[in-house]
Write a protein that binds this ligand. Structure first.
Ligand code: PAF
Length: 281
């Protein structure tokens, strides 16, 4: 496994692989890797001959009041996990490499970025789309892997790739959960012991909503109200949103039909966590 810090080095390595006829799978991350990321790496390794993973805590997708400075970082542990799981190349740039002096070009999107996390984090998806476009341009992978935990991000990236004719297959991978149900997230480490227990309310409520849909409930309000009621029973939890949307357009829906995303964002203390389920009904 190699680690590089510049776009030029990454390009040269990938170019050599491409000249040898090898396919390349790409997993963009912000580091502090866990089993969720490794499930993306494993999928990439199954489907491609080479796997590239980037580690870059992207300042552009954090608002000034968010957790950019305290976002967890542990390059040595990340590097070991990557080595153990068959990553061939880590790209580990610093912000000056990604956003050199004078940087002023952005990839912005309307539609699917308006609801859910786009409402409470207004600049977030512009930052995500810009950095992912840059990383795609650097790596030029055949396939790129995104977790369903960030379901809106997955939908946004699919839209971006279609709209901007990027020749990359976007592969979505299922949410990986702790044994007790909590969706794995680098932000879980912010939680105190008491908050960690309280955070279970997210998966608990999502599972109840999912079950209702499975049993035939098609009224979005009924499903979202059931989820809200459960979350409200936890004193440490504060709802940011509970919404049902069409997965492709991220538009709110009243009637559950087609491929639906029921997504929640909840503060546990000062930590904002997300969870969701997707179903085709
Ligand atoms: O999901 C993430 O970790 C980030 O949003 C991503 C896709 C790596 C872009 O910074």
């Amino acid at each position: 496994m190699e680690t590089v810090t510049t776009a030029v080095e990454a390009r040269a390595i990938v170019k050599k692989w491409k000249n040898e006829g090898k396919t390349v799978g790409f997993v963009p991350t912000m580091g502090y890797l866990h089993e969720g990321h490794m499930s993306l790496v494993q999928k990439a390794a199954e489907q491609n001959e080479k796997v590239v993973l980037s580690i870059f805590v992207n300042p552009m997708q954090f608002s000034p009041n968010e957790d950019l400075d305290k976002y967890p970082r542990d390059f040595d542990a990340d590097s070991k996990l990557c080595e153990d799981n068959g990553v061939d190349l880590i790209i580990y740039p610093d912000p000056k490499e990604m956003y050199p002096e004078g940087f002023c070009s952005f990839v912005d999107m309307t539609g699917p970025t308006r609801e859910l996390c786009g409402k409470s984090r207004p600049i977030h998806f512009r930052g995500v789309c810009t950095v992912v476009t840059k990383l795609f341009n650097i790596v030029q992978p055949d396939r790129a892997y995104f977790g369903q935990k960030d379901a809106q991000q997955l939908s946004v990236i699919r839209r971006m790739v279609t709209d901007l004719n990027m020749p990359i297959e976007i592969v979505g991978c299922p949410i990986v959960r702790e044994k007790d149900g909590l969706a794995k997230s680098s932000r879980n480490q912010y939680l105190s012991e008491e908050e960690r227990k309280a955070a279970l309310i997210l998966s608990k409520s999502v599972f109840v909503g999912q079950e209702l849909v499975k049993k035939g409930e098609r009224n979005a309000k009924v499903v979202c109200d059931a989820i809200r009621e459960i979350i409200t029973s936890e004193p440490l939890a504060k709802i940011d949103y509970v919404e049902a949307v069409d997965f492709d357009t991220i538009e709110k829906i009243d009637k559950l039909q087609g491929t639906i995303l029921v997504a929640i964002a909840v503060y546990i203390g000062s930590t904002r966590l997300i969870d969701n389920f997707i179903d085709t009904v």
